[in-house]
Design a protein around this ligand. Sequence first.
Ligand code: DC
Length: 239
Amino acid sequence: MTKITIAIDGFSSTGKSTVAKRLAKALGYVYVDSGAMYRAVTLFAMQNGFIETDCFDSDGLISQLENIEISFKFNETLGFAEVYLNGENVESNIRTLEVSQFVSLVSTVSEVREQLVKQQQGFGKDKGVVMDGRDIGTVVFPDAELKVFMTASAEKRAQRRYEELIERGDDVCYDDVLQNVQTRDRIDSTRDDSPLVMAEDAMKVDNSNMSLEEQFQVVLELSEEKIKLNQKKSDTRPL
Ligand code: DC
């Protein structure tokens, strides 16, 4: 069976990663959370003094980009690959509201994007990859066989994110989470470099009123159709 590339883009907290992870598992594909890479760079910037309460030293961060190594290691127990920053597992540390508050700003830096996009394209060079993010179908893999654009109302997304953070023991309030979701939507969709836009050939999935199971089934069906189509194409291609 030939393998395809699946790009899942959308606003923050649309449940992209939950669906993408499950999809990769069902298809036997590699899952890459590109947002985790931007979050890891943000954590690095915070740990190294390039981000203070009201100030972001982007030049300082750019000067240190060659010292940032991001990798993924599969965790058998969790069933997905966790993100490592310079050899340290930061899967949990990158999910705090504090990192969320700065990650969109860090993601506007073209030098950061250039480095991460290159690495992301490397992860997908053999196909058989499900990658989620903001610019996967438009910039990272413009030729992806399947592009999905997930969306839901800001209130629904904030509620889901709030419940996730409370469940893991973070002390947050719903209004702060909603504000963060709305601010990130604005920065992600209006930045100059690779803004969040739906690719012309993407399939839009509004999951405001869908269960996780329903979302998964919709995306799985779309994937299976594209995989079949791709197989047919490769069967009929002259040798
Ligand atoms: O998917 P996420 O919420 O973990 O992503 C965190 C931030 O990273 C998001 O607000 C914007 C940025 N991002 C990006 O600019 N491009 C991507 N491909 C993925 C994420």
